[in-house]
Design a protein around this ligand. Sequence first.
Ligand SMILES: Nc1nc2c(ncn2[C@@H]2O[C@H](COP(=O)(O)OP(=O)(O)OP(=O)(O)O)[C@@H](O)[C@H]2O)c(=O)[nH]1
Length: 323
Amino acid sequence: MKGKIPVTIITGFLGAGKTTLINNLIKKHPDKKFAIIENEFGEIGLDGSFIIGADENIFELSNGCICCSLNTDFYELINKLQTGGYDFNHLLIETTGIADPTSIVNAFLSDYEIIERFTIDSVICLADAVNIEDLIDSEPEARKQLTIADIILLNKIDSVRQGYCDGLMSRIQDFNQLATIYPTSQADISQLEILDTCQYSGRKIEQSVSTFKNLAFLGSNNLKHDIKSIGISIPGDLDFERFRFWFETILYFAKYRPYRVKGILSFKDVPEKCILHAIKDNYVFDRGDLWQQDEDRYCKLVFIGRNLDNLEIEENIYKLRAE
Ligand SMILES: Nc1nc2c(ncn2[C@@H]2O[C@H](COP(=O)(O)OP(=O)(O)OP(=O)(O)O)[C@@H](O)[C@H]2O)c(=O)[nH]1
């Protein structure tokens, strides 16, 4: 991780406040040298001109949506950022409002050359308090944006009633039990710490997963959509090879493919906690802290996705326990 440039991916539906947030981040962190990638869906890039102090470190990708097809422009730009002598120590990427940001997150988890130089700090989703409820029901991309986020800013709360806002917070949390949700107006983050939170570090994943409640029944209360979070917790060790085989089958072939999985696992004969982090069909295992002598070993996993069958998943994981 050391020496790598942190990347914050900013997502959220059209008009939710992404550019407003970027301007606030620049104002709040005058010490940081940002490079900013603006991805706009359309021929003409405009958002760059709305960013304060726009200079040579703002790059516009207007030629299609980087999230839908990670096109060569994106890789060329990343390459240019790495080799072009640009002076920056934090990369912000604003995705188009209609995008599913999964593939862009995956590029930072799976492309060897990108991993060498960059590390994802967090995915931040802006949700427009006025529209998000309708969008959740009507726009799959809006649901995916919420699902994949580590931090969700429920923005434009100046335009809704307090009681409504509270209800929205809990509805959004149903989608993504692991995200931290902050209500904001004008994407004001002056009192919040949303950069350098290292959401993709093993320790952070361990913290969030180890405190998860019983998620199995959340998100299934007659919602019009089928995304839910489920949590599985079982004592003891799993067999690493069998688990990996099963997990890959789930990621690539199952009828209930998760968008996101985080977990702490105990594998037989492995002295450390194993931190699992998966987005769509990419996964990473990280070594966490050592299991202590007097500590009961356990495995805890959180799955977020469509059509998840918690009983089936739990049953399968039980079968993967080490002899
Ligand atoms: N009332 C209200 N307006 C806001 C708030 N935050 C942003 N806006 C306004 O909403 C509009 C859209 O904000 P942007 O920051 O451009 O949103 P965006 O997500 O970058 O928009 P796209 O790039 O088009 O997807 C602008 O006119 C902002 O001034 C808020 O909290 N309350």
